[in-house]
Design a protein around this ligand. Structure first.
Ligand code: NAD
Length: 456
């Protein structure tokens, strides 16, 4: 028996959760359920994060959370509950299978069957942004070695457990050589330890084009947060319907499972919604807690239901579908097929699936660090870089002269082009000519000269 936390959410949430729990129970899932309230009512009661501290305690105690979609109220100030839960619980892996159900659900890609493993905590989503000047905003892209190692190991261990043969890594390391470069390098380091799985790497732009055009060429794709956010929606959509996909958010301690769609408020309370997305999340949950046999029974019964043409309104098509049903009738149809296998669609086998066993991150010995120069960022509204060079050149010390000025990453001094467009945000780099490390006190000297210059 596994104790889980359940939130029925808002809009269509309660209907699809009740349908999902009815199917799990009929299939023999060994679950004890603690229900919590999250979402709209909690937000409107004045809690800006949509979740109370008692609910946090229950989620952290049970460690496994099945969550229906919630409504984030319109207007400012409300924090996204999903982002909060992901960050607070360290749910670093977002796993989204995208499988087409041809010929029963319309898709241009009948043979698509892939899983996107998205890094969930880092990248531009660290939420560290600054206004630098009047004209320039900055968002820091953080990619860490532990973050990369955890997600890449997760992707390989997932592929091995679910019998997948190939993992593709998407990055843009031809441009972001340090951040995406680290992600790619860690992928290359870890790949040989899973010799049964073929690794490959694509630059994300052409990789995304290939994914949209020929998704059947991919098996598992692992990528940093932003690319994963965008491309996991593209993949779910081209598989046939965003309404059919579930996702898992996995951390070292806790995990959260859900549908990828929202609370569809206009469909609420009418017994119309398709519970399949949440059911797919629940099946991932059963595998995660070691109830693989039940997961397999539910998935095969669900595939048979889709194959028999028992469809909710969102996937119903004259000529393909046999019967248009509501949420609870769909659940009853799945329950009636428990123990059956699909005949056209591929039946699944989840023999011995369980929570993945992953190595604990080992910090590498500290690298040696030298201070080689100083970058001073200047908010300056002039236009001629030579003029700025004369000004900030006064900050230099005899050993550490001004060596270069850039504007949005483009060198504008010395020998800049007058055609280069410049904003009010300038990076002035001070470097010794001999390339030798410099003293930390140089930073203080340069900055105190800068304040003197501003004051004069
Ligand atoms: P949505 O996913 O709720 O709806 C988009 C469209 O898909 C609508 O036409 C809807 O009727 C349809 N749809 C979605 N799920 C369906 C299902 N199971 N069966 C049949 N049709 C379905 O997206 P939205 O309208 O942009 O957002 C509505 C609310 O959901 C917003 O408050 C948003 O913040 C929230 N939201 C929550 C989550 C979450 O909790 N994980 C995710 C996305 C959006």
């Amino acid at each position: 028996m596994t104790r889980i936390t359940v939130a029925k959410g808002d809009g269509i949430g309660p209907e699809i959760m009740n349908a999902t729990l009815a199917i799990l129970q009929a299939a023999g899932a060994q679950l004890e359920v603690d229900e919590i309230q999250v979402g709209e009512q909690v937000y409107l009661a004045g809690n800006m994060s949509g979740i109370s501290s008692d609910s946090w305690d229950i989620i952290r105690r049970n460690k496994v959370f099945l969550k229906a979609p919630i409504t984030t109220p319109q207007g400012g100030g409300y924090k996204s509950l999903n982002v909060t839960i992901r960050k607070m619980l360290g749910l670093y892996a977002n796993v989204r299978p995208c499988i087409s159900l041809h010929p029963f659900v319309k898709t241009k890609h009948p043979n698509m069957d892939l899983v996107i493993v998205r890094e969930n905590e880092e990248d531009l989503y660290a939420g560290i942004e600054h206004q630098q000047t009047d004209e320039v905003m900055q968002c820091l892209k953080l990619i860490s070695r532990p973050g990369c190692e955890k997600i890449v190991h997760y992707a390989f261990a997932y592929a091995r457990q679910y019998g997948r043969k190939k993992i593709t890594c998407f990055t843009k390391d031809n441009i972001m050589k340090q951040t995406d470069g680290l992600f790619h390098r860690v992928f290359d380091e870890i790949a040989p330890t899973y010799s049964d799985i073929e690794p490959e790497h694509w630059i994300v732009d052409i990789g995304a084009a290939k994914l949209a055009d020929t998704p059947e060429a991919f098996d598992v794709i692992v990528m940093p947060n932003l690319y994963g956010d965008i491309l996991s929606d593209v993949a779910a959509q081209i598989a046939g319907s965003v309404g059919l996909a579930g996702s898992a958010n996995i951390g070292e301690e806790c995990a959260m499972f859900e549908a990828i769609h929202g609370s569809a408020p206009r469909r609420a309370g009418q017994n119309l919604a398709n519970p399949s997305g949440l059911l797919q999340g629940a099946i991932m949950m059963l595998n995660h807690i070691g109830q693989a046999e039940v997961a397999e029974r539910v998935q095969n019964a669900w595939l048979k239901t889709i194959e028999d043409g028992v469809h909710t309104y969102d996937i119903y098509k004259e000529g393909i579908s046999q019967q248009k049903v509501g949420t609870s009738e769909f659940a009853q149809a799945v329950i009636a097929r428990l123990g059956q296998q699909p005949t056209t669609l591929k039946a699944v086998s989840y023999a011995n699936s369980k929570a993945l066993e992953l190595p604990i991150y080992q910090r590498k010995p500290a690298a040696s660090k030298d201070l080689l120069g100083v970058d001073v960022f200047v908010h300056w509204t002039g236009t001629d870089p030579n003029e700025l060079a004369n000004l900030v050149g006064q900050l230099a010390t005899p050993e550490v002269p001004l060596s270069m000025i850039t504007n949005r990453g483009i060198k504008v001094w010395p020998n800049g082009f007058k055609e280069t467009f410049c904003t009010d945000h300038w990076r002035c780099r001070f470097l010794p000519e001999n390339g030798e490390p410099i003293d930390k006190k140089t930073i203080v000297r340069i900055l105190s000269k800068a304040t003197e210059l501003i004051d004069s």
